[in-house]
Design a protein around this ligand. Sequence first.
Ligand code: NDP
Length: 295
Amino acid sequence: MPQARFIDGRLLASLKGQVLKEKISQFAAESGVIPTLHVILIGQHAASKVYVENKQIACHAVGIRSYVHPFPAHSSEEEVLAKIHQLNQDRTAHGILLQLPLPSALNRQRLLCAVDPLKDVDGLHPYNLGRLMMGDPVLVPCTPKGCLELIRSVKPVIEGLYAVIVGRSLLVGKPMAGLLVNANVTVTVAHSYTQNLDTLCRQADILITATGTPLFFKDHFIKQGAVVIDVGINRLLSQQGVSSIVGDVDIHSAQRVAGFITPVPGGVGPMTISCLLENTLQAAQQQLLSSASSK
Ligand code: NDP
């Protein structure tokens, strides 16, 4: 029985990292500027702390300076806004990232909108999302950007293909749809109200799952030979108390029909971080250009 090929996100991210490291050192040598990322981490969300640590390690590996600004979970919006405003004014801070999810008492939209769009390395400010929807993107959300690169690594020509994205979040599903439409892919965005989800998914040449429901997507959701991109990160606890990370896709079942599939971990995650590094360099370059042109 044919088995799907894995798309190795770690390998792709590491190749991308080598190129980025070169570019960053060249940029720093020419401009005297070291791209710098500031992460605002609110609360004690265990997974978020791990993601932030991984981002710092990845920054260090390519020559990006990084700082974390921890806030207690009960912080007020005004306290966080004050930090964002301070970083907006700081000419040595090129990227500002608000680590999501936020504690429920905080207004995510208000805080995301406060970030200077030129420093919005997560691409979630309405300006950057708007530019993406206009087909003229500047800073693109990292996870969808990474997913597109994973898809193109096995299917360089995607024009005219049909994609189903399951999940409509601001972080993943909606910007993913914009990116794919811009690439001339025909797109359906599904969510928890979508009917006959398996039938719909089974028509997709490209299936992107971003739901946070562990091992939900099995072989009957997948078209023969499809490219399957599993964004989900879910922690499972076995009866023996052993914890493991799985995606939204049941990989053993899906492998029987898919053509290509991203593993979890080792698929979308490393590419998300790699795109964050790339966005930080891009932000630093843009800020240098805009400060030169305003002189
Ligand atoms: P959200 O919870 O914001 O969104 C989940 C989406 O999935 C919603 O649109 C929801 O529908 C939909 N959904 C949930 N269950 C079903 C279902 N059974 N059938 C159809 N649709 C469903 O999550 P995020 O987008 O932030 O994240 C999704 C997953 O991706 C999580 O596991 C997260 O950890 C992971 N993630 C991974 C990243 C990476 O770098 N690898 C980065 C970001 C996220 P509705 O809108 O109707 O509620």
